[in-house]
Design a protein around this ligand. Structure first.
Ligand code: SAM
Length: 162
């Protein structure tokens, strides 16, 4: 599962028989279409279920349908930051125990280290506050083990343990 769209950097990963399916969710189909020629060239289009929607109702539908709980090995979250907490609760059901969830932008340009907002541009402050809240919440979540990788804008790698 990837939220939002998937751009495939390594076709060999998708061509592996171990990777059965990716669910990619994004309200902007054009971003998926950027990657589509490469996906087609690699012959793996049949492995990708692109859902043209915002993510939260799709996750709720997956849970309502039944049979999807614990059925995902991996999720990548890089969509609207104000919903990270809501995504996390749904993904804690959809991703199997032992599976991994990765959240992008958890350092939000380094602003999370300046919670008083000193030197932080106004347009970054709202998401800075959300990132601080989410980072604190996930750090205290005993259903997961986490590691924050300071690459790019910060990735939290989160393994579900219960
Ligand atoms: C930062 S970009 C993702 C970049 C991509 N993950 C990559 O590394 O190339 C954010 C994406 O989130 C999508 N998005 C925005 N709101 C969303 C939502 N509520 N649900 C799912 N995707 C959303 C946008 O359309 C956009 O494609």
């Amino acid at each position: 599962m990837e939220m939002p769209e998937v751009i495939v950097p390594n076709p060999h990963l998708l061509q592996s028989d171990h990777l059965l399916k990716i669910t990619a969710i994004d309200p902007k189909a054009e971003w998926y279409e950027v990657g589509l020629p490469f996906i087609k060239k690699a012959g793996v289009e049949h492995k990708i279920d692109f859902v043209h929607s915002i993510a939260l109702p799709v996750l709720d539908d997956l849970l309502l349908q039944g049979g999807n709980e614990g059925s995902f090995d991996f999720a990548f979250v890089d969509a609207d930051k104000n919903n990270y907490g809501n995504y996390h609760e749904r993904l804690m059901k959809l991703v199997r125990i032992g599976g991994v969830i990765v959240y992008d932008n958890v350092l939000w340009g380094g602003t999370v280290a300046s919670p008083d907002g000193d030197g932080v541009p106004d347009h970054m402050k709202e998401i800075m506050a959300m990132a601080i809240e989410f980072n604190g919440r996930i750090a205290g979540d005993d259903r997961v083990e986490i590691c924050v990788a300071p690459v790019g804008d910060g990735l939290t790698i989160c393994r579900r343990i219960s």
